[in-house]
Design a binder for this molecule. Structure first.
Ligand SMILES: Cc1cc2nc3c(=O)[nH]c(=O)nc-3n(C[C@H](O)[C@H](O)[C@H](O)COP(=O)(O)O)c2cc1C
Length: 183
């Protein structure tokens, strides 16, 4: 069973990438098997088409590069989700995936995936730490309340515009690794 580590930022080696990879390392050191998905590297990605077929088929019937991400989460033990804060929200790359999580909700608005999958949430931001915290709460809330995930913790990192701020912050990297060790 795998843990899906979702890296949404377009900045390879940027803050959310650094922290998500540290969390992945913590999970691996704890015996977990982690599959890393860089959403921005995916070429063939569609948003939810609102076709509602998932409500009877039990899964998303779109076939694109997000299919493996959805399948890994469906079959796995949990997810590390990360996104930068863009205009107070998750970045577009993450939003396209998040809408596809609608396929985890079946008839009667009940999750059609196993409950209790673990979840770690990482949000990075420039200076808007309060907005970052609000987004982390919102992302975690959707995953827990609508999709039945069990959060192990969340992290908000505020580091201005520099992509290397997190890499230069040993406490932040250690905190992300500790988060991953909860898997
Ligand atoms: C399009 C865009 C919108 C942004 N909007 C916000 C914002 O609303 N609040 C904030 O604090 N930072 C904002 N930022 C800054 C990023 O959230 C911040 O630099 C973050 O650390 C980037 O994460 P990354 O290094 O993983 O790409 C924005 C950056 C971009 C490129």
């Amino acid at each position: 069973m795998s843990i899906a580590a979702i890296i949404s930022s377009p900045r390879a080696g940027g803050n959310s990438d650094t922290l998500a990879m540290a969390a992945a390392e913590g999970a691996r050191e704890n015996g977990g098997s982690v599959k890393v998905f860089h959403l921005n590297r995916m070429k063939n990605v569609k948003g939810c088409q609102a076709c509602m077929v998932c409500k009877t088929a039990g899964r998303c019937v779109l076939k694109d590069d997000l299919t493996e991400v959805l399948d890994t989460i469906r079959d796995g033990e949990g997810a590390i989700i990360s996104t930068p804060l863009y205009f107070g929200e998750a970045c577009g790359q993450f939003r396209l995936l998040q809408d596809r999580f609608f396929s985890f909700i079946g008839e009667g608005f009940k999750p059609n995936i196993a409950g209790g999958k673990k979840l770690a949430t990482i949000v990075t931001c420039g200076s808007g730490k309060d907005s970052g915290a609000a987004l982390a709460d919102k992302l975690e809330g959707v995953m827990a309340h609508l999709l039945g995930f069990s959060p192990v913790g969340k992290m908000v990192f505020s580091g201005g515009d520099s992509p290397s701020a997190a890499a230069g912050d040993r406490d932040a990297v250690a905190a992300a690794k500790s988060l991953g060790e909860k898997f």
